[in-house]
Design a binder for this molecule. Sequence first.
Ligand code: TYM
Length: 329
Amino acid sequence: MATVLSGIRSTGRLHLGNYLGAVKNFVKLQDEHDCFFFIADYHSLTTHPKPEQLHQSVRQVLVEYLAAGLDPEKVTLYVQSDVPEIAELYLLLNMNAYLGELERTTSFKDKARKQPENINAGLLTYPVLMAADILIHQATHVPVGKDQEQNLEMARKFAKRFNHMYKADFFNIPQPFNFGSELIKIPGLDGSGKMGKSEGNGLYLSDTEKQLRKKVMKAKTDTGPTEKNSPVSEPVQNLFDIMKIVSDEAVLDQFKAAYADCSIRYGDLKKQLADDINREIAPLRDRIEAIEADDDYLKKVANLGAEKARESAGKTLKAVREIIGFKPF
Ligand code: TYM
């Protein structure tokens, strides 16, 4: 049995990338493994959310985790900031994380470009906090989308460095958990690389069917192929990429063939895509609404999760403190 762990930043509602790249897979894992899933609200502070927004976002992610089918009795489902042991491990790991390697990460460079007015130390040490999240429960497997691959590599590096530095075979070296041959990346519908919370190009699980169809029908394309077997532009390839995940293989093949012989109508492609995405997320919509209204249940779930997570985190932290050399008088 593996120890599986993963998290979602509480920066807003979950989008299709979060669901297909991560949460849908969490649900499949919960019956067979020891699972920890959490809401990364410390991480969300890098973008300075307003206090009144912060709790609402955490609550929304919790609701959507549950609506997707996570069972809080089977998994440890918790809010990161309910487990202060993570913050202490983060502090300790920071002592062995170097400025150069942190500055070189793609996500830091990306964020620094996107929010030049707010390049805070939390952004720089984001991968260290993520490593603390993973190592605090001695996770062996981390299911994430392709965009988190480098952060996970950093966590592996910090774990190995700690073991080496203290000559202790202590931390597990966590591995990415991939279901197929590679990690998933859901592109945006605006022709850009990735569907993301900060990109503002998301199809959200809580969107109504009408909103979803409208967004898909507005997806960026091009003027269409004019020659047989002409190369596919990025925005159109993005639509094919999403189709590959949500539609039947035969459907994708049919549209690709239509592209190749120039008979494709992008309106038909989008309509099919909207139908298939909707089929994927429609079952969640009603559950989101029902769970959203149930304060008592959410409170119970969060308390249970915090209790289970702190117990596991406390054990790791105690051992780490001993290895480092802290001793009680
Ligand atoms: P976040 O909140 O940006 O994304 C949550 C999960 O969704 C996946 N994901 C995607 N997958 C495919 N295509 C996309 N377009 C797409 N967008 C997002 C992400 O890969 C991720 O699995 N730093 C993390 C949260 C985190 C974490 C951790 C994850 C904090 N600590 C420890 C794993 C382990 C983040 O910001 O994910």
